[in-house]
Design a protein around this ligand. Structure first.
Ligand SMILES: *Cc1c(COP(=O)(O)O)cnc(C)c1O
Length: 387
C-alpha cells in the first residue's frame, strides 16, 4: 500500500489531509513525494520557527542526541536548566515547568491557577474564565477552556469550572467575577484557530488592570503567538501586559514536541514536590533544539520579523479578492472574497502551502523566510484570490 492507503487504513480519521505527501525540505521550501516544490507559508502550524532542516537547529539536536537523548526528571540535566534561564531572562518571568505540547502547557497554567487561588482565596475560587472564540487545546480540560461550543459537543461531560465571555465586554467579565470564585482569566493576544483576531489593545489594558485590582491571575496562551511569531518574544509584550502565567509550545523547539509554562513572581512557588510532573517534559533533545531557537530571537532578529510582516502586508493590501488583513507579526489572516479553502487549494496547486483559520486564509511562515520567497508566495496568493 502507498502512504495514502496506509494512512487511511491505519490512522484514526481525525485529520482531513490534503492529497500531498511531504518528504523533505530546506528552510522555507518543502518537497512532495513527486519532487514538486512548495513555499511553506504554514511552518507545520507555526512550529518550524527557522524552517525545515535548519543547520543550527540540526547541529544542536545532533550534538545532544549523541550524548543523552532522555533522562528522567529525577536527575538534573543542563539543556532544560539553561533553557529555563533563557526564557526567564527574556520575559521577566520567574520559573518554568516543561511539558510536551500546547494543551499540556495550558493544563499546567490551569493547575497553577487553581492551586494558587485555593491557597490564597479558598478552594471555592476555582473558575477559569476564557474568551469566546478562543482555542486552548484538545484535552478534556483545555476543551472546556476553549470558548467554542462546537468543540465540546461530542465530549460531555467536560472538566467543570470554566466560563467564557466575549472579548471587549468588561461588564460580562465583571458579572462573572462578582461571585468571587474566579481564579484566573486565560486569553490569547491573537486568537489563532479562532480566525487570526488580535485583541483590542485598550480592552487588554483594561482587563489587565481590573484583574490586578481584583487579585485574579492573568494567564496568556502564547502557544501559537509565542517565540518570536508576533515580532516580540511573546505577543503580550506588544500589549504592554505583565501576565502571571504564560503557556507556550508550537514554535518553541522549532519542530520537536515541547511545551513550557512560565510562572511569574506571584505564582513561582505554587508547585511543590509531586504537585505536577511529566515523563518527557524538559527532554534534553527538545530543550537543546529550543535553546537554538530562543538564543536567535534577538531584538535585531525580531525587528526583521516585523519588517517581513510589513512586507507581506504591503504586497497583499488592496489586492483584488483580499478584503482585509489581520494579525500580528508573521501570523497573518486574510479575509478573501472567495472561500478560504478554495484559495488554499489554488495556492497549493501553484506551489505555496497556506493554512486556514475559520473563514480566513492564515499565513504562518518561518520567522527567517527569505524576502524573495515571501514575494513569490504573495504573487501566488494574490493570483489565487483573484481567479
Ligand atoms: C495549537 C494551540 C494549542 C494546542 O496545542 P497542542 O500542541 O496541539 O496541544 C493551544 N492553544 C493555542 C492558542 C494553540 O494555537
Amino acid at each position: 500500500m502507498n502512504t495514502f492507503d496506509l494512512d487511511k487504513t491505519y490512522i484514526a480519521g481525525t485529520y482531513k489531509r490534503f492529497p500531498v505527501e511531504i518528504v523533505s525540505g530546506k528552510g522555507s521550501l518543502v518537497k512532495d513525494v513527486n519532487g514538486k516544490e512548495y513555499i511553506d507559508m504554514g511552518s507545520g502550524i507555526a512550529v518550524t520557527s527557522f524552517g525545515v532542516a535548519d543547520d543550527a537547529w540540526i547541529a544542536a539536536v545532533e550534538k545532544q542526541i549523541h550524548s543523552l537523548q532522555h533522562m528522567s526528571n529525577l536527575y538534573y540535566t543542563s539543556p532544560c536548566a539553561r533553557l529555563a534561564e533563557a526564557l526567564c531572562k527574556k520575559t521577566g518571568m520567574a520559573k518554568v515547568f516543561f511539558s510536551n505540547s500546547g494543551a499540556e502547557a495550558n493544563e499546567c497554567t490551569i493547575k497553577a491557577a487553581r492551586k494558587w487561588a485555593a491557597e490564597h482565596k479558598g478552594p471555592a475560587c476555582s473558575t477559569i474564565v476564557t474568551l469566546e472564540n478562543s482555542f486552548h487545546g484538545r484535552t478534556l480540560t483545555t476543551l472546556a477552556a476553549t470558548g467554542q461550543e462546537h468543540y465540546h459537543e461530542l465530549y460531555q461531560p467536560l472538566t467543570p469550572g470554566f466560563a467564557s465571555f466575549p472579548a471587549g465586554n468588561m461588564d460580562a467579565l465583571k458579572k462573572l467575577c462578582a461571585s468571587g470564585t474566579v481564579a484566573a482569566v486565560l486569553i490569547e493576544c491573537v486568537q489563532g484557530e479562532g480566525g487570526v483576531i488580535p485583541l483590542d489593545p485598550a480592552f487588554a489594558k483594561e482587563l489587565a488592570a481590573y484583574l490586578k485590582e481584583q487579585d485574579i491571575l492573568l494567564i496568556v496562551d502564547e502557544v501559537q503567538t509565542g517565540n518570536g511569531r508576533s515580532g516580540k518574544m511573546y505577543a503580550y509584550m506588544n500589549y504592554g501586559l505583565q501576565p502571571d502565567v504564560v503557556s507556550t509550545a508550537k514554535g518553541l523547539a522549532g519542530g520537536l514536541p515541547m511545551g513550557a509554562t512560565l510562572l511569574g513572581e506571584k505564582v513561582k512557588d505554587v508547585f511543590s514536590y509531586g504537585d505536577h510532573g511529566s515523563t518527557f517534559g524538559g527532554n534534553p533533545v527538545a530543550a537543546s533544539a529550543a535553546l537554538s531557537v530562543v538564543e536567535r530571537l534577538t531584538d535585531e532578529f525580531l525587528a526583521d520579523v516585523t519588517r517581513k510582516s510589513e512586507l507581506i502586508r504591503s504586497l497583499l493590501e488592496g489586492a483584488e479578492g483580499i478584503e482585509s488583513i489581520s494579525g500580528l507579526g508573521l501570523m497573518i489572516g486574510l479575509k478573501t472574497s472567495k472561500p478560504a479553502a478554495e484559495v488554499v487549494a489554488a495556492c497549493m496547486e501553484n506551489g505555496v502551502l497556506c493554512l486556514t483559520a475559520k473563514d480566513k486564509v492564515r499565513l504562518l511562515p518561518a520567522l527567517n523566510i527569505p524576502d524573495e520567497l515571501l514575494i513569490r508566495a504573495c504573487d501566488v496568493i494574490k493570483a489565487a484570490c483573484n481567479i
